[in-house]
Design a protein around this ligand. Structure first.
Ligand SMILES: Cc1cc2nc3c(=O)[nH]c(=O)nc-3n(C[C@H](O)[C@H](O)[C@H](O)COP(=O)(O)OP(=O)(O)OC[C@H]3O[C@@H](n4cnc5c(N)ncnc54)[C@H](O)[C@@H]3O)c2cc1C
Length: 502
């Protein structure tokens, strides 16, 4: 039982741990110097903040898979975010999302009596649907389309109203446009528009209320070091940098036979798990071009990210929290406009939606005393085409200045003048690191790229070739990628067991 894993992102590391625990001999190759992939920090000598994921959903899925992978609960700390987050609109209106069902119902009652009832109905309807859909769609691979289209699943999809998108489904429960935003914007967490993602993804807003939003003390990226320690304990052989950069996966007669590193070194191996963004796998396959999926995959939303260190702090005035969404007056229109024009709104046009992460609201160690670190995320649904001459630096510079000035005016007074460190990442930076077309979350969560239509962990008829990560079913987001790694590991362990018994 031996496998080589290409990529030390979350999917690669969790697969490695689960397989090593079952007794397999695992080598993990990562082309960067550090493990973690999208799970990383951005820092200078004074400040440090998560570069990517910040919102912990489905804490029980996360805990149980980490436990199974050999990571104890004493190795990391989850802190509940309550309130979960706030939505702020340009006219000063604020909607707070509370963990407590009663508190949430009261919050909605202030907006519209009908939406309070809608919320109670939503939670009631979604509870059994989520339970069944989790089992049917998140915990099962679809190596054959017929495994997806069973009569049970088809009935469940009908009950989930899969012909609707997430925004339309929220519209069946809520009347107020802003409440609909609050129960559909969550598709942005996995890189899709609420109106472009099938209702299946409504499990995200539901799960927030059912299981809460959490924060990993020290930042989500601290899990990368936790996992790396576990890999060493489990005896996984880890090679990073030049010795971990894989150029090609060699196949002969429909089976994996080895790897070629960027430095020309050749390895023999018969089981490879690829953890890079899936659409890049085809180009890495030497000897199997004919089986490659030629679909033109739609990338997830890209993001412009601005990390700032600020030489001041703010008292808690009940308006700022760890997570906040700064909303445009009309979210769907704003997202459509950016997508159609393939550019950010110009000077004088309304600002797009953006998100501010303020870890100091939960974690006193997030910044030096009396100071603050923030991360601002602006969804930029503009795919980075290989030969495009779109000038990211110039196009985003003006938008960032406007967004920071807006955050200063609405929520963090004095912000702009107190910034002492600033770092910007654009989708182009992501594309340079191998993020498919600069998308932050792998391929987009559209209907034709979900469930049985999303690439599966055994994507091609090539013996010994597997794939794991955000672009593979069941999809993106930390716990879901872990769940994908678990499905793959369970499958391989079962397959290996049949070899030893036959
Ligand atoms: C800005 C941002 C915000 C996010 N917010 C959240 C959030 O709040 N909550 C949440 O749950 N999720 C969030 N996510 C998503 C989450 O981070 C990802 O779904 C998850 O980390 C992806 O894991 P992965 O297994 O796909 O690996 P990746 O992180 O994509 O890592 C893949 C690794 O493979 C390596 N690799 C690729 N090709 C090769 C090769 N040829 N040779 C060697 N190594 C190779 C890469 O260098 C990389 O290290 C966010 C992501 C981003 C970018």
């Amino acid at each position: 039982m031996k496998a080589t894993i290409v990529g030390g992102g979350l999917g690669g590391m969790v697969s490695a741990l689960l397989l090593a625990k079952a007794g397999a001999e695992i080598t993990l190759l990562e082309r960067k110097e550090e493990l973690g992939g999208r799970l990383a920090y951005e820092s200078n000598d004074r400040y440090r903040i998560d570069r990517g994921p910040t919102i912990v959903l489905l804490p029980e899925m996360l805990r149980s898979i980490l436990r199974e992978a050999g990571v104890g609960e004493d190795e990391y700390e989850l802190v509940r975010c309550d309130p979960m987050y706030r939505l702020h609109y340009p006219d000063g209106f604020m909607l707070t999302k509370w963990t407590d069902k009663e508190a949430m119902a009261q919050e909605l009652e202030k907006v519209a009596e009908a939406d309070k009832d809608g919320f109670l109905r939503y939670m009631n309807d979604m509870e059994p649907l989520f339970r069944e859909a989790k089992q049917a769609f998140l915990e099962r691979p679809f190596l054959r389309k017929r495994h997806f289209f069973t009569s049970r699943n088809v009935k469940l999809l009908a009950r989930l109203k899969v012909h609707l998108n997430v925004r339309q489904l929220a519209g069946r429960y809520y009347a107020n446009r802003r409440v609909i935003d609050a129960f559909s914007l969550q598709t942005l967490y996995v890189g899709g528009k609420p109106s472009g993602s099938p209702s299946l993804y409504s499990f995200i807003p539901y799960a927030e209320h059912a299981f809460g939003i959490w924060y990993v003390k020290g930042g989500y990226a601290s899990l990368a070091a936790v996992l790396e320690r576990a890999l060493r304990r489990a005896g996984v052989k880890v090679q990073t940098g030049v010795e971990g950069a894989v150029r090609q996966i060699v196949t002969e007669q429909g089976a994996v036979t080895g790897l070629v590193l960027e430095n020309g070194t050749r390895y023999s191996c018969d089981t490879v798990i690829y953890n890079g963004d899936f659409p890049h796998l085809g180009a890495m396959l030497q000897g199997s071009a004919s089986v490659v999926d030629k679909r033109d995959f739609k990338p997830s939303t890209g993001c412009v990210l601005v990390y700032v260190g600020v030489a001041r702090s703010w008292e808690d005035d009940g308006r700022r929290s760890a997570h906040q969404f700064m909303m445009p007056d009309h979210l769907p229109g704003s997202l459509e406009q950016i997508e159609a024009s393939r550019a950010f709104p110009g000077e004088g046009e309304p600002l797009p939606a953006y998100y501010i992460f303020n870890p100091g609201a939960l974690d006193e160690t997030a910044a030096p005393p009396g100071e603050t670190v923030l991360y601002v995320l602006i969804p930029a649904p503009i795919p980075v085409e290989p030969h495009s001459d779109y000038d990211w630096e110039r196009q985003t510079g003006a938008m960032i200045d406007r967004v920071l000035a807006d955050a200063d005016a609405r929520l963090f007074p004095g912000l702009v003048d107190s910034i002492v460190w600033k770092k910007v990442r654009t989708p182009q930076d992501g594309a340079k690191e191998g993020w498919y077309k600069g998308g932050s979350f792998g391929i987009a969560p559209t209907l034709t790229q979900s469930g049985a239509f999303r690439p599966q962990f055994s994507p091609y008829k090539i013996k010994g070739l597997y794939s794991v990560g955000a672009s593979i079913h069941p999809g993106g987001g930390v716990p879901i990628v872990m769940q994908g790694a678990k499905m793959l590991a369970d499958h391989l362990i079962e397959e290996w067991a049949t070899w030893t018994t036959t």
